[in-house]
Design a protein around this ligand. Structure first.
Ligand SMILES: [Mn+2]
Length: 348
């Protein structure tokens, strides 16, 4: 697939049909949740603010309606089920529990921001045991799963779809639910850089509902232990630029050794790619995070010119056009080679 295929021509009729289908699925999700007595809401493994914010926003609204609510996320294959410290404060009612405490056969299961079933990690089996399952997601690579599928790749964040389900339920926005939504909205749009009019309108609505933006966002993206600064300097010093990679569009990459991954939080490790992507000479930034002796979690960021969702799918992962990821086994040299090959295949 070449970069030119990303400019898709969609007829107004096609758009109308898609909008109507989405509206119907939002209404379908609200109908299931309106009558539910027990709901388990899951974020993806190693949850970010969009995944956990989506699950908590919906969970808090349902909890207030008297529903028995559990929010959680599965462990990775490497056993990681740490909760990002910066997101704990979103959990106003203590709904978040470890994966081991999630009911084994919930009446309703809601999967939030999960690009495929594997992203549910150790809790993926709940899809089979739940009475009804609802998917709420915005990943372009999502094949679709679950009984009710609120899936819209044009939404900038899953929280935008959660907002629609809340509206269909007749649930008002307040600062507590609003913080969960704002956290996902601000981070998935990279600080509103990729936000369209709808996302900006939702942000305004959330501020009107009482969300205090600066302390919320500072805690999530602008706060790191001092020792991280030295570690980051080392990772950036090890960065390499390959101008000929990605069909000449350029690749910049670095790797995060297991010792650094385990010494710091997700907030730190996930921030590295944001620094790499500022390199002018490369359209693609990649960070290889060592999550096992021979296992690497790959984060990819782009600048609109390379379909990284397709690259990630080719590597067994998924994601969005300009932000995607995958997990690969092998030594670092092999995994780097696999990325180069996938970039070449996609850029033609
Ligand atoms: Mn998301």
């Amino acid at each position: 697939m070449t970069a030119t295929t990303t400019t898709r021509v969609v007829s107004p009729v096609g758009q109308g049909i898609r909008a109507a289908a989405l509206e119907a699925s939002v209404a379908g999700a609200a109908n299931v949740l309106r009558d539910a007595r027990e709901v388990v809401l899951l974020a993806h493994v190693q949850p970010d603010a969009d995944a956990l914010g989506s699950a908590l926003a919906l969970g808090i609204a349902l909890h207030r309606r008297g529903v028995r609510v559990t929010v959680s996320f599965g462990a990775t294959s490497g056993g990681d089920e740490r909760v990002p410290e910066s997101l704990r404060s979103l959990d106003e009612y203590g709904l978040l529990v470890p994966a081991a405490e999630v009911p084994a056969a919930p009446e309703v299961l809601v999967a939030c921001d999960t690009a495929d079933i594997g992203r549910l990690g150790s809790l993926a089996g709940l899809l089979d045991t739940a009475g009804t399952s609802i998917l709420v997601d915005h990943h372009a690579s999502n094949p679709g799963f679950g009984t009710v599928r609120v899936l819209d790749p044009t939404a900038e964040a899953t929280v935008m779809l959660v907002r629609r389900v809340l509206a269909a339920l007749g649930e008002p926005l307040d600062a507590v639910v609003g913080r969960c939504l704002y956290a996902g909205l601000a981070t998935d749009t990279v600080g509103f850089r990729t936000a369209g009019p709808g996302a900006h309108r939702l942000a305004a609505e959330l501020v009107e509902a009482g969300v205090e933006v600066e302390p919320l966002i500072r805690r999530i993206v602008d706060t790191h232990p001092f020792t991280w600064l030295q570690a980051l300097a080392g990772l950036l010093a090890d960065a390499r630029l390959e101008p000929d990679a990605a069909g000449g569009r350029g690749l910049v990459h670095t790797s995060v050794p297991a010792a650094v991954v385990s010494a710091f939080g997700q907030e730190e490790v996930e921030s590295v790619v944001g620094h790499l992507r500022t390199a002018a000479e490369a359209d693609v930034a990649a960070v290889f995070k060592q999550v096992g002796p021979r296992r690497w979690a790959l984060s990819l960021r782009g600048k609109g010119t390379v379909d990284l969702s397709a690259v990630a799918v080719a590597l067994g992962g998924g994601g969005h056009h300009d932000a995607a990821g995958a997990v690969r086994d092998g030594d670092l040299t092999e995994v780097r080679a696999a990325l180069r090959a996938a970039l070449t295949a996609v850029t033609g």
